[in-house]
Write a protein that binds this ligand. Structure first.
Ligand SMILES: [Zn+2]
Length: 362
């Protein structure tokens, strides 16, 4: 699938612990009266299948991420399972939900397949060590599916919760803030449960659970801090938010010239054109090129597509975000020239201002 897969050294520790417990406890109990070499061989196979199960879970995420146009940078298997590192978040709650759900769904599927194979092999009176191993793998995958569904952001279940809240309110940042708060609470409870396990059940499982809870807490806390509202940003001057404009087009420029300059400056919201006296007099949006058939773009002057400069609203670089929004409107699409009265170097886009509003509130 074109996704690099890495193994952290912590996996080695997990592999050794699992192999020892499989070979000396789980398999001898599930299928007695076999030589220890058989248990050890099955344990090594089991550990490899366990790593394959972790990888399968992450590939489930990756496959659905790819189908939703989110690139997977890499997959890493480490002490607490696997991590599929995505290049950014999904841009809509539906995609986020599907990507998050795909991992547990894959684990559930693997659990069902292993259980089916174990049941079939058992019915056919196959090798009992193999039957025991398959049941163990079915259990491991079921645990992977269920534990990842815990609604503790950033676990898969927490991501599904965030996507649900995001869809309901339309506000991703607020959804992140709430789900990461729930994530911190659940991580704390998990650590407490781990402490109880440590005291009354098993030292190893207790330490493991406390460590997992602490790791989850730190991850949820980081997301929570990153989504803290910053209301002071509303008083920030809009000057620095403007997008740099390329040099103005000359008065005699053609539509083909506009096309060339726009291609050299991808993402530029508009271009300026000077009049014969050398003053910036009009503006044109790059997309206006589409209105002219390609064969005519070399001969049609760009002035056929321009609009007068005064048709654009103006903002002063020192004007605060709040004031600009009040004047030009929230939730609307607009472009404004950033000018201090003498020089015009940049253009302010409504989406850049909305991004500040998003950071300022939650
Ligand atoms: Zn997952």
């Amino acid at each position: 699938m074109g996704v690099p897969v890495g193994l952290n050294w912590g996996v080695l520790a997990v592999a050794v612990v699992l192999a020892v417990s499989l070979a000396t406890v789980s398999l001898p109990v599930a299928a007695p009266n076999h030589p220890s070499s058989a248990y050890w061989f099955a344990a090594v196979v089991g550990v490899l299948a366990f790593l394959g199960s972790l990888l399968g879970h992450e590939l489930g995420h990756s496959w659905v991420a790819g189908r939703n146009d989110v690139r997977v940078v890499e997959i890493t298997l480490w002490l607490f399972g696997g991590v599929a590192k995505l290049e950014g978040d999904a841009d809509n709650p539906g995609a986020e939900f599907r990507i998050a759900a795909a991992g547990p769904a894959m684990s559930g599927l693997l659990a069902a397949v292993c259980a089916g194979l174990a049941w079939g092999l058992d019915a056919a009176e196959g090798n009992t060590v193999l039957v025991g191993l398959l049941w163990w793998l079915a259990l491991v995958n079921a645990v992977l599916a269920v534990s990842n569904l815990l609604p503790a952001f950033p676990l898969d279940g927490g991501r599904m919760l965030r996507a649900t809240m995001w869809r309901r309110s339309g506000r991703k940042r607020r959804a992140t803030r709430r789900s990461s708060l729930i994530g911190q609470v659940l991580a704390g409870l998990l650590s407490l449960a781990g402490a109880a396990v440590f005291v009354w059940v098993s030292k190893w499982s207790g330490v493991w659970t406390v460590a997992l809870g602490a790791f989850l807490f730190v991850a949820a806390r980081a997301e929570w801090v990153a989504s803290v509202p910053q209301p002071e940003l509303m008083a920030r001057a809009v000057g620095g938010l403007g997008r740099e404009l390329p040099a103005p087009l000359p008065p005699g420029a053609s539509v083909a010239d506009l096309e060339r300059v726009a291609a050299a400056h991808p993402g530029v919201p508009l271009l300026t054109v000077v009049d014969p006296s050398g003053r910036v007099a009009s503006v044109v949006v790059p997309d206006a090129v589409m209105r002219i058939p390609p064969a005519q773009r070399g001969v049609v002057p760009v002035t056929a597509l321009t609009e007068p400069l005064w048709s654009l609203p103006r903002v002063h670089p020192s004007e605060p975000v709040e004031a600009v929004l009040e004047r030009l409107g929230r939730g609307r699409h607009w472009r404004a020239l950033v000018t201090d009265g003498s020089t015009t170097g940049s253009v302010l886009c409504s989406e850049d201002v909305e991004r500040v509003v998003e950071l300022a509130s939650s």
